[in-house]
Ligand binder design. Structure first.
Ligand SMILES: Cc1cc2nc3c(=O)[nH]c(=O)nc-3n(C[C@H](O)[C@H](O)[C@H](O)COP(=O)(O)OP(=O)(O)OC[C@H]3O[C@@H](n4cnc5c(N)ncnc54)[C@H](O)[C@@H]3O)c2cc1C
Length: 640
């Protein structure tokens, strides 16, 4: 898609009338007085969480934001492959794929050894290694990501709209309240014209602070961000410009001999580019605002770095100057480490409220959304009484460790970028090596949750080497048995709070009387210990809590769907219509065999259990019914 040719216009580029793209949204009237979850902040973290909770009409959620309306321009723009996988689960990856700029290759530029005042291209790499994800790394304005989530929220069963112009003043937890009480009292101040200063009070079971780096929620629970004091000022600018720099449509890392580094990010629409310009080293404790840096300063610096190429900026769509700071808080909820066994969390923080990153590693927005995806399903299962509230401790435990690892990576990466210029660009090869080596971090696929009640031991990992326990379920193409359509196995996972069991069959006929798949289905349908029987509420669809999928080694034409166990062709809904989308086969036509691609033991088969946030929970032998039951018994609550 090409757009922004005659000037930048915020909003949906498919709407021809630019004024219609930015129409006001948001909930009218007062905020509710009592909710299950109050989310503070409409950034990527808050909106991801709201979109997740909006899937459950029985959960009452409210999201508030101090700004008067939705974001229209600026802030982050890099969307990691892993985030695209999550967008698919929410149902808007196709739209992002269409509108975004795809990062295919990254180029590296350094000073010419003979004429160091000129830069030359020193390297070029594929941006994302082959096979890392079925989705590309893309670039799209954060504002459009917000729009995607707002749309999902609006269309979801709980029909959620943010309440804008509400600033969180303070919050208070009643220590004597029971687990199901609305124990948190929150005061909000209205900041919209005509209502300024009015105070509204909400009582909530849980409050989630998605209120950014200066989070009031974080301060209210006595937590602080620790880490580097920022010491590098960077300018960031979205421009429509005419240039003879040939790689303007590539992500380009440019190191000049004397003027520092420049990172070019090609942007959506085919004409716009983002410039990250290294500006100045700050004194300890100095704020960049004190330098009075102007847009012209940023452009002039970019022009010097790009020499001998020209850069004529025609329009600035957005710009900002900021300091880099990699900071982290020690815990993401209100329960001190020493009280984990005796207290349950009521207040959580997510996103920039608990960690900040240098934008050059492209992590801030991506990690913030993944925090919220991790917390969302947990809150939903607890509120819907499917899990005990102690499960909520796992949010901070899992996400704090991930954030720490990323910040260590981010610090190293920012240091390399900043110091490369100091070395006169001599570190270009090191920069390129590091970029390739750490591609998995930037793609968001390096996250690895440690063993816990949710993440099983690695005793049976050898049965499916390619589905590493604790990492995200790495999708692969398969053929759907019911209609011979080529689909992605991982796309069975929607952001609907359900667990999935992928049962990979041995080579035998799965429909045969004594087959391992049939034995598993019999166990899940009939046994008293079956987690499907134990945790599915009476009257609910059989796959509403745990969704069984089967993958076969045969070609789809060799199998008879009508002979398969009924759990794989289950009647659902008010008419008992059959669900034909539970069974898959390898895809011989395209040469994609999921068994080979993911290292599945063909002789034994296996079960891969996947959490609602798409992470591999455990790998078990196909006949390990006790192991399967014990995994779910570890945290789910009996339904009936
Ligand atoms: C000005 C700016 C420029 C940035 N530029 C880049 C960039 O160039 N590249 C990059 O990768 N990342 C950038 N980032 C970082 C990136 O946007 C964040 O990492 C990401 O948005 C984090 O998401 P979040 O939801 O945690 O927080 P945020 O996006 O910060 O959202 C927090 C929200 O909470 C609201 N809020 C705060 N306090 C209150 C309160 N008391 N009451 C009600 N609402 C409140 C805020 O108004 C805000 O909308 C930038 C961030 C900012 C703020």
């Amino acid at each position: 898609m090409q757009f922004h040719l005659d000037g930048f216009q915020p909003g949906d580029p498919e709407i021809a009338d630019p004024t219609a793209r930015i129409q006001a949204s948001g909930a009218a009237g007062a905020v509710p007085t009592e909710v299950d979850v109050l989310i503070v902040g409409c950034g990527p973290a808050g909106l991801t969480l709201a979109a997740q909770l909006a899937q459950f009409p029985d959960i009452k959620t409210c999201i508030v934001e101090q700004k008067p309306g939705r974001l229209l321009v600026g802030q982050a723009d890099g969307i990691a492959c892993r985030t695209m996988e999550m967008f698919h689960a929410f149902g808007f990856s196709e739209r992002v794929l269409k509108e975004a700029c795809w990062v295919n290759e990254t180029t590296f530029w350094k000073p010419d050894e003979r004429w160091p005042e000129k830069i030359i291209r020193s390297g070029r790499v594929q941006d994302v290694e082959d096979g890392l994800s079925e989705f590309p790394h893309v670039i799209l304005n954060q504002a459009r990501i917000h729009d995607g989530f707002l749309d999902i929220m609006r269309k979801a069963p709980a029909k959620l709209e943010p309440h804008y112009s509400r600033r969180l003043l303070d919050l208070h937890v009643d220590p004597a309240a029971g687990t199901s009480d609305h124990a948190v009292t929150v005061r909000l101040e209205r900041v919209d014209a005509g209502n300024e200063g009015k105070v509204e009070t909400i009582k909530a079971r849980y409050v989630v602070g998605c209120d950014g780096a200066r989070s009031t929620v974080r301060k209210s629970i006595g937590r602080e961000l620790h880490g580097d004091s920022a010491n590098h000022a960077w300018g960031v600018m979205d421009v429509l410009a005419v240039t003879d720099f040939p790689d303007i449509r590539f992500k380009s890392l440019i190191q000049s001999a004397k003027d520092g580094s420049l990172l070019i990010i090609p942007r959506e629409g085919g004409y716009m580019a983002r410039l990250y310009v290294e500006l100045a080293k700050l004194d300890v404790g100095e704020r960049v605002a004190n330098r009075n840096i102007t847009a012209d300063d940023v452009i002039a610096k970019a022009q010097r770095i790009l020499k001998p190429h020209t850069l004529e900026v025609k329009e600035i769509a957005w710009w900002s100057v900021y300091e880099i700071g990699q900071r982290l808080t020690d815990k993401f909820d209100d329960v001190p480490e020493a009280e984990i066994d005796t207290r349950l969390p009521r207040i959580f923080i997510a996103g920039d409220a608990c960690h900040t990153h240098s934008p050059k590693a492209g992590q801030g927005m991506n990690v913030s959304m993944q925090d919220a995806f991790n917390l969302g399903w947990k809150l939903a299962t607890v509120l819907r009484k499917q899990c005990a509230p102690s499960l909520l401790h796992s949010y901070s435990a899992e996400r704090q460790a991930v954030a720490k690892e990323l910040i260590d990576f981010d610090r190293e990466w920012s240091g390399i970028l900043a110091s490369a210029a100091k070395a006169g660009g001599a570190d270009a090869a090191k920069t390129q090596d590091y970029f390739v080596k750490h591609g998995r971090y930037t793609a968001g696929t390096a996250t690895h949750y440690r063993a816990s009640v949710l993440t099983g031991a690695t005793s049976h990992q050898h049965l499916a080497e390619g589905f590493a326990i604790g990492t995200r379920f790495h999708s692969a193409p398969v053929i759907r048995l019911g209609d011979a359509k080529q689909v992605h196995l991982g796309h069975a996972s929607q952001a609907d709070g359900r667990f999935r069991i992928y049962a990979f069959s041995p080579a035998e006929d799965p429909a045969a009387a004594g087959s391992a798949i049939r034995a598993l289905c019999n166990f899940l349908t009939e046994a008293r210990e079956s987690p499907v029987r134990r945790y599915t509420p009476v009257g609910a669809d059989i796959d509403s809590v745990i969704d069984l999928r089967a993958v076969f080694q045969q070609d789809h034409r060799q199998l008879a769907i009508e002979a398969m166990p009924s759990l794989l062709l289950p009647p659902k809904g008010r008419y008992g219509l059959l669900d034909y989308e539970k069974m898959f086969c390898r895809d011989p036509k395209s040469g994609h065999d999921v068994f080979d691609m993911r290292g599945i033991d063909r002789k034994a088969g296996c079960m891969v259990v996947v959490r609602p946030d798409q992470y591999v929970a455990t790998v078990l032998p196909l006949g390990d019914f006790a192991g399967l039951a014990s995994y779910f018994d570890g945290f789910l609550l009996q339904a009936n």
